[in-house]
Design a binder for this molecule. Structure first.
Ligand SMILES: [Zn+2]
Length: 232
């Protein structure tokens, strides 16, 4: 049986058989039809919720990052580079059941803006393959370097996905201090914000507990992207 279909059926069974709420990051989920193939930069400005997102994993620092998030009881979304997933399969398989959402940063982490539709489709297909057996269907793709074209959106649309960008970017990859990262996020936080961070930079890990504390103090709820964009 196709792994994605099996995971969907399993998720449905769990949802039906258990009166407790089932983790929204697990099981069968689809985007609302109006969002398929769209480019999304933020959630609903009327809801006091934000999504932390982490690009460029999985990697050697991901476990540390997950430990911080678990300690703070905060959900987050991870945009994984497909060609790195196999090296961290065991860790990634556990993430959906821990409240973390796994999405795709495409397969080779390349600039997609100059690639043909067929090349974009290959990136999408390889990304899906890399996530097979991880217990979660992909719903979002995030283009590396924010370089994409209408062909990228088309390739995502064909598989029922959307392009997920962000509206808060502290540029944590650029070598800035932990305090600068923290200020860049906390000073711009707003309803429906999608925050772009990376899970392979030491200063991001240092800044993260303070970012979470300050955002919690302001009263925001942390959600994953599929929670942010589910039909309400
Ligand atoms: Zn990246």
């Amino acid at each position: 049986m196709n792994t994605i279909i099996f995971a969907s059926i399993l998720g449905t069974v769990l949802a039906l058989s258990n009166s407790k709420p089932v983790l929204l990051t697990f099981g069968p989920q689809k985007l609302p039809p109006s969002l398929v193939g769209q480019v999304l930069r933020h959630g609903d400005p009327s809801r006091q919720e934000i999504a932390l997102t982490f690009d460029d994993g999985p990697g050697p620092q991901t476990e540390k990052l997950l430990a911080i998030l678990k300690k703070e009881n905060v959900k987050a979304t991870f945009f994984e580079i497909g060609c790195h997933v196999a090296d961290y399969g065991k860790m990634i398989k556990e993430m959906p059941n821990q409240g973390f959402e796994i999405e795709s940063h495409f397969y080779f982490h390349e600039n997609l803006s100059t690639k043909s539709l067929a090349q974009n489709q290959t990136e999408v297909a390889e990304s899906f393959k890399s996530m097979q057996g991880m217990g979660q269907k992909l719903l979002f793709f995030r283009p590396p370097y924010m370089r994409y074209s209408t062909r990228t959106a088309e390739a995502a649309k064909e598989v029922g996905c959307a392009i997920a960008l962000w509206d808060i970017d502290p540029r944590d990859w650029s070598g800035i201090s932990a305090i600068a990262i923290e200020n860049a996020v906390v000073s711009k936080i707003h309803n429906g914000a999608i925050v772009l961070l990376h899970d392979n930079h030491e200063n991001t890990l240092i800044a993260l507990p303070v970012i979470i504390k300050k955002i919690k103090e302001k009263g925001y709820k942390f959600v994953t992207l599929r929670e942010m964009f589910q039909q309400k």
